[in-house]
Design a protein around this ligand. Sequence first.
Ligand code: DX5
Ligand code: ZN
Length: 217
Amino acid sequence: MSNTLIAPSVLACDFGRINEEIAMLNESEADYIHIDIMDGVFVPNISFGLPVVSAMNKMAEKPLDVHLMIVEPEKYVEEFAKRGASIISVHYEACPHLHRNLQQLKDLGVNRGVAINPHTPVELLEDVIMDIDLVCLMSVNPGFGGQKFIEQTYQKVTKLKKIIEEHGTQTKIEIDGGVTSSNARKLVDAGADVLVAGSFVFKSDDPVHTIHELKNV
Ligand code: DX5
Ligand code: ZN
């Protein structure tokens, strides 16, 4: 049995068939449903907002993993928690008072996630690692699905894994962007716990099988 967790990103799904897409994920070996929220300010794209999250939550039988690519996430996290988010990741680069954001997530009773951009060193999380349940390492520049995986990510996983082990925390490492069956094995070997995959899953002929393939890579 594989311990790797798979979080398909619905950004790449067919929103005209959202109920069927969520039903497919329910039937699959997906562990989380990754939900990308983009505000057109923190990233140069707009995805979807709260009503769509509520609609997906009604259907979903798996935990919602909400990735907030937005400025001032502290204004919205409570609402995302109410709408069913189990994990909420805020971006390091959008949070000048990250420690306070983590406290807020804790008070809301959700799993506390921090996402970091490709240029942000993992060492910057060292002093708050004990307060983080999941680090979302961006392996593309956030804002769009279907981009090419940045190879430097492997080294970041290794460094982050070491920090987590040194501090003895249960923090999970999630990889987000350009994940396919070609890089999944190497990522897991380096210490990744959760693989996000958008295009690779939803643009494949048999998404359920593709999720199985990633899970057992
Ligand atoms: C990028 C998003 C990713 C994206 C992944 O801004 O955070 O979650 O949907 O899509 P793929 O797997 O297509 O790179
Ligand atoms: Zn994401």
